[in-house]
Every structure is written in structure tokens, then in C-alpha cells.
Design a protein around this ligand. Structure first.
Ligand SMILES: NC(=O)c1ccc[n+]([C@@H]2O[C@H](COP(=O)([O-])OP(=O)(O)OC[C@H]3O[C@@H](n4cnc5c(N)ncnc54)[C@H](O)[C@@H]3O)[C@@H](O)[C@H]2O)c1
Length: 294
């Protein structure tokens, strides 16, 4: 999406560290912004710095499908057709699997993976129907590619998000809607504190999350991350890595997996991918027929 000026974006988690940085940077690019958050007060605080026809705050719980439709309608009526969807809202908590609270584990999956799906399920049909160039940004994490002990809910949710983004990338290839998958390391926000508050409020869980709070104080400036993402939107880049210091760990994990591939479990079986590729082609053709796009 080369041109941002005069177009409209919807951002989830706009009241948090990265979300707020996105609002400010996209307004500076000339966009109108629907600043949505589970915590309306935080979204309102960001929007207060701008005229109502440029930035409008909305309550949006990303896990609520009905609310997605209502907010999309209201945002488009107030600010114009949504051309950029920044799926940014997220929560996380550290705990070992043997002790984690099931309500909290599920909530992290719901917010970080199911929420982005619901956003796409709401906004994508509108984008595709109009056929104008549009873009979706998924704020994932290096935790979507590499797992760490004591972070299972966060790791699983971001791996799921990477899976969603990858499927969508294939479905939308060469079409009007671009996709960017952002994979940052640690960023200087109040992520741990805000996550703790949301998890306590929504689940009533009092299980203490293990401390990774101090980590965020030494994280990267969110504005630097957002600048990089905006460049990626304009260039229609899929992979957006912001923390180059993760390269060696990622390489080591990749090497370990490749080295673990030995002979086929059934030496007489020839895998040509033909069956899988044919099934995928058929799915995509049927979807096009059903939507009248063929
Ligand atoms: N901070 C980091 O180190 C870091 C690193 C990599 C990726 N990320 C990802 O970047 C995104 C933004 O993180 P951040 O650091 O700005 O977090 P943050 O805690 O500062 O902000 C997150 C915002 O999401 C909102 N939110 C929580 N649950 C919600 C829900 N159900 N519906 C709508 N909004 C909800 C919160 O109210 C908050 O305003 C997240 O997806 C996070 O996983 C963060």
C-alpha cells in the first residue's frame, strides 16, 4: 500500500505502547485512525490529542465477533473505508506449564490468535469486495518462531498467529490486499503490567505471572519499530524483522530442525506434494466461485 495519506486505518490495542506509537505515526503520514482498545479510557487518551475526524476512539474487545462488526461499521461511517488493519492488541504472561492457570492460558490464545482472525474475518471481505489496495499488519513476535520455557501460552499464541498470517499470505497473493508479519524482540512498553491487569480483570485469575517486567525497560523504542513497519507496509514486505540480535538463535533453531530430518518413515512412499497442492488449488477455486470473483 504505497499511499497512506487520506486513507483510514484501524488499530487494535491502540492504548498500549506500540498501538499508541502506531496511531501517532499513521496520523503523521496523513491517515485517519480508528483507535480501538479493550480499555476505552486508554484509547480516548490517545485520541484526545487529535481532531475527531482524524482519530476516533472505540471500545473493541478483539475476542468479540459481534463487536468487531459494530466497530467496523461505525469507524467506516465516521472516518472512511478501512484500508489498513493493524492487528496489534496482545497480552502475555510467564508461568511454567505444570502450574499455569487454564483460564489465563486460554485468554492469551483468544486475544493473540483468535482476535486477529476475527479482525480479518470482519475487515477482509470488505477490503476484497472493494478491490482497492489495502494492507493487514500482524504484530507477532520472535515468540512466534522460537519457544522459551515459562512462556507457553504466549509462544503458542504467537505461533498460531504466524500460522494465520502465512495462510492468509497465500490466499491473498497477487491480490489487492498485502500482508506484513512483524516479528520483534523486546520493546520498551508496559506490556507485562497491562497484560497482568487485563488477565486479572477478565479471568479473575490471581495466579501471579512470573516476572519478565524488568525486561521491557531495556527494550527497543516502539517508535523505531513502528517506523520500520510503516516502511514495510509501503513496500508490501511480508517478513518484518526488527531485532537483528535474534539472527543467530533463529539460525540455530532452523539448523536443528533441518538436521533432524532423516530418511522417510516409509522408504517406499514417494511424496510429491501433488495431493496437497491439488486440494489447496481446489479450495481456492471454490472460494473464488462462491464469492463471484472468478
Ligand atoms: N512489548 C514487547 O516487548 C513486544 C515484543 C514483541 C511483540 N509484541 C506484541 O506487540 C503488541 C503490542 O504490545 P505492547 O507492548 O504495545 O503491549 P501493551 O500492553 O503496551 O498494549 C497492549 C494493548 O492491548 C490492549 N488489549 C488487551 N487485551 C485486549 C483485547 N481483548 N481487545 C482489545 N485490546 C486489548 C490493552 O488494553 C493494551 O492497551 C502485542 O501483540 C505484543 O504481543 C510486544
Amino acid at each position: 500500500m504505497k499511499i497512506l495519506e487520506g486513507r483510514t486505518a484501524l488499530i487494535t490495542g491502540a492504548g498500549g505502547g506500540l498501538g499508541t506509537a502506531f496511531v501517532r505515526a499513521l496520523v503523521a503520514e496523513g491517515m485517519n485512525v480508528a483507535a480501538t482498545d479493550l480499555d476505552l479510557g486508554r484509547a480516548e487518551a490517545v485520541a484526545a490529542d487529535y481532531p475527531a475526524d482524524r482519530v476516533r476512539p472505540f471500545h473493541l474487545d478483539v475476542t468479540d465477533f459481534a463487536e468487531w462488526a459494530r466497530v467496523a461499521d461505525e469507524a467506516e461511517a465516521a472516518l472512511g473505508q478501512i484500508r489498513l488493519f493493524v492487528s496489534n492488541a496482545g497480552i502475555g504472561a510467564g508461568c511454567i506449564v505444570a502450574e499455569d492457570d487454564p483460564r489465563r492460558w486460554k485468554l492469551v490464545l483468544d486475544v493473540n490468535a483468535y482476535g486477529p482472525f476475527l479482525g480479518c474475518r470482519t475487515l477482509l471481505p470488505r477490503m476484497l469486495k472493494r478491490g482497492d489496495d489495502s494492507h493487514i499488519v500482524f504484530m507477532a513476535s520472535m515468540a512466534g518462531l522460537l519457544s522459551n520455557p515459562s512462556l507457553s501460552s504466549y509462544d503458542a499464541s504467537k505461533h498460531a498467529l504466524v500460522g494465520l498470517a502465512g495462510s492468509l499470505r497465500g490466499e491473498l497473493a497477487d491480490g489487492p490486499v498485502g500482508v506484513s508479519l512483524v516479528l520483534p524482540g523486546v520493546i520498551a512498553t508496559e506490556f507485562t503490567k497491562l497484560s497482568q491487569e487485563v488477565i486479572g480483570r477478565v479471568t479473575g485469575s490471581t495466579t501471579r505471572a512470573q516476572n519478565v517486567g524488568a525486561l521491557h525497560q531495556s527494550g527497543m523504542d516502539p517508535n523505531a519499530v513502528v517506523r520500520r513497519v510503516i516502511a514495510a507496509i509501503k513496500a508490501r514486505e511480508y517478513y518484518v524483522f526488527t531485532h537483528a540480535d535474534w539472527r543467530d538463535r533463529l539460525q540455530a533453531a532452523h539448523d536443528e530442525r533441518i538436521a533432524a530430518i532423516g530418511d522417510s518413515a516409509d522408504p517406499d512412499w514417494i511424496d510429491s506434494f501433488a495431493g496437497l497442492d491439488a486440494a489447496i488449488r481446489k479450495n481456492l477455486e471454490e472460494a473464488k466461485l462462491a464469492s463471484g470473483q472468478s
